[in-house]
Structure formats: structure tokens, C-alpha cells
Design a protein around this ligand. Sequence first.
Ligand code: TTP
Ligand code: MG
Ligand code: MG
Length: 423
Amino acid sequence: MPDHFRKEKINPCVKITLCLWLCLSISIIKFLWNKSLKLFFLSIQRKIVPLCHYLNNNSREVKIIHVDMDQFFAAVEQRDNPELKGKPIAVGHDAERGVVSTASYEARRFGVHSAQSIQVAKRLCPHLIIVDPHFQRYKEVSAQLHEIFHDYTDLIEPISLDEAFLDVTENKKGIELGVDIAREIKQRIRETTGLTASAGVSYCKFLAKIASDWRKPDGLTVIHPDRALDFIAQLKVEKIWGVGQKTAEKMHRMGIFTGLDLRNMSLTRLTQEFGKMGQVFYDFSRGIDNRPVISEWERKSVSCEQTFESDISENSAVNIHLYHTVLELVRRIEKNDFEGRTLTLKVKFLDFQQITRSITVDHILRTKDEILPLAKQLMHSVEFHSHPIRLLGLGVSNQKSSTAQEQQPWVELELEFEPWPEV
Ligand code: TTP
Ligand code: MG
Ligand code: MG
């Protein structure tokens, strides 16, 4: 046999060295992947995905309609009692601590608005007529609206009783233009309920919502993809989703007044100043909003959570934060018209260890006075003096009625907690 066909025996020492080298190289690649490459690819992905989605949205010509009823509770009251038509009315309980749910447009001219104290409203508008709310009627109208929406699409995301997003890209009637569907829906709402609605049409939720508010009452506004960037450029930042009073003031201090000013800010600066919302503002200012319309989205829970700048372990600090978390939770329960019977406390400690504690009662949890004592009771079971807290969350779930036997105090429960953006 010629020499070059002879198998060369590899020295066992060389074999072991090669194996060791291989293991070491794999470990180094794994380490690098975890530490930096992964972050690098993630950051690229964060930039590319919204862009692709945006382009994809445009090429598919997604059509989203946002419908919102005009002066909803007040309009129902004026419809059902013609004597109230054309008059300044506020819906709410005429009590010392009563709050305005909504005001008719006649009353809004005097500065009366939702969430204002009834007493203040009466001072602003001396002829104001206060009307008790009739929630059953508002719910009935809401059901009628949804019946109409379903004739066009099943991709409906209700936001509140008087408001919903509809994805009509593929609609049941095969109507090509979103604006034609919106016009038809408005017409049918008027015929069926005797009330007016405003609608906005665009290729994403953020713009459709702004559009429905653009020409209230009885408005219909379309923001075409080709016009979106110009439209956003002149938009006051206060109109942008997620920009509340505090954020708007901060933006003004940074010299940001319009969508164009926002677009001129770097992503780094926006995330430095606004945390997670920085990315959202960055995208919105470029007309990018890839949130889908989630059909018949039924909330299984309502929750909120807050991470503290410095960890807390003092009784007084924990009590104050618990109180504020309860207030935020109550606000969200009201906003979502949510009915749940189980309260869950979530606590994350300094070392990132996390626990949840839940308690179920036999009535629906709605008010601060109902929730705060339960939250304190749950907090009582948590040892935090030697174990400082970095995050506190509260959530309400369990919409089904529960009997006394079903009550399971102190059980652990997993809830998807929603972060609590500063708006
Ligand atoms: P909105 O749609 O915010 O307000 P609106 O329909 O009264 O007026 P607009 O024409 O500007 O849309 O809210 C819908 C209903 O939700 C409103 O009629 C009453 C209720 N609501 C409250 O109870 N409290 C509130 O703080 C708000 C904002 C609304
Ligand atoms: Mg409305
Ligand atoms: Mg609304």
C-alpha cells in the first residue's frame, strides 16, 4: 500500500487538546452571544421590525376605523328626555363629592368637563342641569353599536362603552374604501340609536383615534398614509397617545411642541427622558404604530405595577405606595368598566425574588374603600423590613361570581401586570 493511503494515528494528547479547544470556543461564543451579540441583534431587530411592519402595513393598506360617540352619556339623556335638548347638562350624582361623568356641549362652553367636581361645575355654569346616570341604557346603546360593527367586521376592539377600533381591511361587505364604511356606520348609528358618532380612518390605531377626535361632533376624518407624516409634523404633542399633562410639560421644557419636534429627537434622548415610552414616541412621530386591532378583546384582569427608584422597606413608605397603587388600580377599573372579585398583590424584592398574594371576596371590587383594606391585609403577610421592595403591583381578576366555598384567601396567582407609564 502506498504511503499516503496509510492511516495516520492521532496522538491521544492532541485529541484531548482539540476537544478542549472546541469546548472553550463554544463557551466563548455562547458568552459573547449572551452578553453583546444578542443585544446587538436585538437592537437591530427593534429598528427593523417596526419599519418592516410599517412598510408591510402600507403595502397591505390596512384600514382601521375608530368610532367614538359624541358626548355619549349626555346625548343619551338628551335623547330620552327632549326637555334637556340644547341645554347645558352634566351627568353625575348631585352630591357634595359628586363628579361629572360627561357634560353636554352646551355645558362644555362654560368650562364644564368630565371628572370635574359637580360643585365646581355648578359654579362655572349656574344654569347647569345635573342628571343622574342610567348605565343600563348606555350599555344597551353600546350593544346596538356592536351589532352594527359586526355587519362589517369581526375584528373589533372595544375601548369603552362608546368607543371601538375596527379593522376593516378585509370587510364582510367587500367595500374598498375605509371612508365609505365609516360613513355607512355613522349613518346606521344615527338611524338605529338616534345619536351621532364621530369616526376616524387611517392605517394605524394611533392615527385613527386622533382622526375621530379631529372634527367632533358628527365628524369623519381620514388620515391617508401619504399624508400621515405631514399630519403628524404639525400635531401638538398633547394629542399623542401616552402624552399626559406631566409628559407634555416635560416635552415643552425640552423644546418639543409638535410631532416634528419629536421626530427631530434621537431615540437615545427619548428613552433617557421617557423610559419605555421613549420608543413609542419615537415610532409615533414617524407614523409607526404596529399595535393590531385585537378582536372582542375581553379583559381577564386589570392591574398596575410600579418599580421604585430606590428600594423601600419602611412601613410609612410602603403604605404610601400601596395607597397610590390602589388609586391607580381604581382608575383603571373604572376606565375599563371591569368587574372582578379577586385582588392580587405582587411584590418584587431587591434580589428580584417575586411573590404574589391573592384574596377573593364575594362582591365586585370597585372602590378605593373596598380595595385598600384588602391590599393592606395582603401586604401584612409580606416581610419587607429585612427584604426591601423594588416593585409593587396590584391587580383585580376573576369576573365570574364566586360562592363562599370558592374563596381562596392567600393563594398565589399569576397575573399579567401592566406597567404604569408616567403620562
Ligand atoms: P368620552 O368618549 O371620553 O367622552 P364623551 O363621549 O362624553 O364626549 P366626546 O364627544 O368628547 O367623545 O367618554 C364616553 C363616556 O364615558 C362619557 O360620555 C362618560 C364616560 N366618562 C366618564 O364617566 N368619566 C370620564 O372621566 C370620561 C372621560 C368619560
Ligand atoms: Mg365619546
Ligand atoms: Mg370615548
